[in-house]
Write a protein that binds this ligand. Sequence first.
Ligand code: PGA
Length: 258
Amino acid sequence: MARKPLMAGNWKMNLDHLEAVSFINSLGMALEDRDFDYSTEVAVIPPFTDIRSVQTTIDGDKLKIVYGAQDVAVYESGAYTGEVSALMLKKLGCTYVLVGHSERREYHNESDELVGRKAQAVYAQDMTPIICCGEVLEVRQKGEHVDHVVSQLRGALAGFTGDQVKTLVIAYEPVWAIGTGEVATPADAEEVCGAIRELIATLYDRDTADQIRILYGGSVNSGNVKELMAQPNIDGGLVGGASLKADEFAKIADFKNL
Ligand code: PGA
């Protein structure tokens, strides 16, 4: 079953809206220089304040890059100071919304249940959630990483329909590999991504499991992406630090030609 690879650049709290415009221009040129064929989907996930500028730059230059947001409110509208609704993101043309990134789970106490509700808010506006999961180092050292990730996803996916799950993107990001330069070995990443696909087959069916895209995240760069992408259950990358350099991110997107 052919799943279109996805390389998503999670900018986190980096690049203001002016830097974002210049970055998108550079990324567009870097991809053009490589004769990139867009057989891999390229997404940028900037901070909220950049999204309108990213939208106008991409539309103005007719770039085939898609974009999304790093978080979303569970509520549709109302007295929720500081929150941004899924409808607001939809109106800005977002394709994807990250939910449950480990930094949100850690610094904002986001539970699996909340992550699931956020994903539902994203679906309600016909966008695609990228649900993040992953274990901390102590869990990995105890050998409980697969059980941990399965339990996170069971919690987050409760109540999802098969049709919703078919379009879902799941990002497996071992917390100990995020921003540390320490990348999971392709075999370690594959072990968990394979287990995630089996979980989906168990909860839904084989066809749904075959359609879902599973990304690996955690210190992905142009030097390790090819080996990671050679794993049967890894369909793309959620890239943090290396997505902030246009040439480097273009190389990662063009992993087939590295
Ligand atoms: P990293 O971040 O590539 O800098 O490790 C990945 C992420 O947190 O999404």
